[in-house]
Design a binder for this molecule. Structure first.
Ligand code: CIR
Length: 414
């Protein structure tokens, strides 16, 4: 790939460019009734969430990272050409089961009548049923009866969009554009698809290792780039073993990829630990954070190391010790595994719930974390890590931390 627009060969190389989404009106469209379906445990106070997010973004900029916003990139990509905008709207509607009919036509007319910026903002925040005037005689059974019709939205809001880690994942000179697990998040990666295909900064400059047009699931919170040839991928609530196998095959066979080892790590399937990065992150060349709750009482877990064999197939080894496995694949003689909340029976799960394990490395040994996880932050400092704390009362209500809120697009190579 000539002039790649993405360069991510580690979890810890100095962060130079990162993709974000500032929380917007989509947060105001969460209600107690829709909260669970929208994957929130509470309703954040938007003004404060925005202040906190601005503080996060400012911390990244102060430390040398360029911040790009996915909605801005989408506006630029969809403004390239009227046909791109039309194609995007058609696909967005068809993925919401408005393939044809009066509601489809009214929504299409409404959305394409907006400026591209208004349209993008609107799609993130959602379109309410009462915003559009659909005459009763034109309503279909789908508009009137049960199911979806009981929702106040024709197009649901996308309140999880500020977790930019998940709809895609940068790996080497490319990315995966993800088929996400829950309906509430699936539209998010359509924005990525159009940005990568039509934005002048990215079009023709990224390898797409796997696109979103698959039935099997994967999310970026499960995809960790441990080195320029080793990936860790969570087998989780959100990422299936079938996807991991297919992605591994693609990475092992593509001439643009240097990856030759995939460490598939099985984690519990639940909302507190929905992705690998909610329980395990890399903070330095030989230092990691881990939430001990992912292991059994003997400290064991299921880990599968995938490598190419001599016949162009994939061979697999079963391991049970995370530290030993990492030492082996990363060729380290020693490794420092830092326990979230120091492994305390109360502090560790409390801080993990508010993303105490979800650190974002901005350079080797330098991380951004939520200030509320003060025990884990102190432990990190004791282990020699530089910690930049950001305010976090409202952002954490969406169950994601600094790593979840950021998609690195460029890191300096180590
Ligand atoms: N990488 C991450 O762990 N992202 C956090 C995503 C939280 C969001 N509410 C979700 O359930 O998808």
């Amino acid at each position: 790939m000539k002039d790649p627009a993405i360069n991510v060969n580690s979890e810890i190389g100095k962060l130079k460019t990162v993709l974000l989404k500032r929380p917007g009106d989509e947060i105001e469209n969460i209600t107690p009734d829709s909260m669970e379906e929208l994957l929130f445990d509470d309703i954040p106070y938007l003004k404060m969430a925005q202040k906190e997010h601005d503080c996060f973004a400012e911390t990244l900029r102060e430390n040398g990272a360029e911040t790009l916003y996915i909605d801005e990139l989408a506006v630029e990509a969809l403004s390239q050409d009227e046909t791109v905008k039309q194609k995007f709207v058609e696909q967005y509607l068809s993925e919401h089961n408005y393939g044809e009919g009066v509601t489809h036509d009214i929504l299409r007319e409404y959305l394409t009548g907006l400026t591209v910026r208004e349209m993008v903002t609107k799609l993130y925040s959602g379109v309410r049923r009462n915003e559009l005037d659909i005459p009763l005689k034109d309503k279909t059974l789908h508009d009137l009866a049960g199911g979806d019709a009981s929702s106040p939205f024709l197009l649901n809001p996308l309140p999880n969009a500020y977790f930019t880690r998940d709809p895609q994942a940068s790996i080497g000179s490319g990315l995966t554009i993800n088929h996400m697990t829950f309906k509430a998040r699936r539209p998010e990666s359509l924005f990525t698809e159009f940005v990568m295909a039509h934005h002048p900064r990215f079009a023709g400059h990224v390898n797409v290792w796997r696109d979103r047009n698959h039935d099997t699931r994967i999310e970026g919170g499960d995809e960790l780039v441990l080195s320029d040839h080793v990936l860790a991928i969570g087998i989780s609530e959100r990422t299936s073993s079938r996807t991991i196998e297919a992605l591994t095959k693609e990475l092992f066979t593509s001439s643009d990829s240097k990856f030759d080892t995939v460490v598939a790590v099985e984690i519990p399937h639940n909302h507190a630990m929905m992705h690998l990065d909610t329980v395990f992150t890399m903070v330095n060349r030989d230092q990691f954070t881990v939430f001990p709750g992912i292991m059994d009482d003997a400290g064991k877990m299921n880990i599968f190391v995938l490598t190419p064999d001599d016949n162009g197939k994939i061979k697999m080894e079963h391991h049970t010790d995370l530290t030993e496995t990492l030492k082996q694949v990363l060729h380290l003689s020693e490794l420092d595994m830092i326990l979230t909340g120091e492994g305390d029976a109360i502090v560790a799960p409390r801080e993990q719930w508010n993303d105490g394990s979800n650190t974002l490395a901005i350079a080797p040994g330098e991380v951004v974390t939520y200030n509320r996880n003060y025990v884990s932050n102190e432990i990190l400092r004791k282990h020699g890590i530089t910690v930049h704390e950001v305010i976090s009362s409202e952002l954490s209500r969406g169950r994601g931390g600094p790593r979840c809120m950021s998609q690195p697009l460029w890191r300096e190579d180590l």
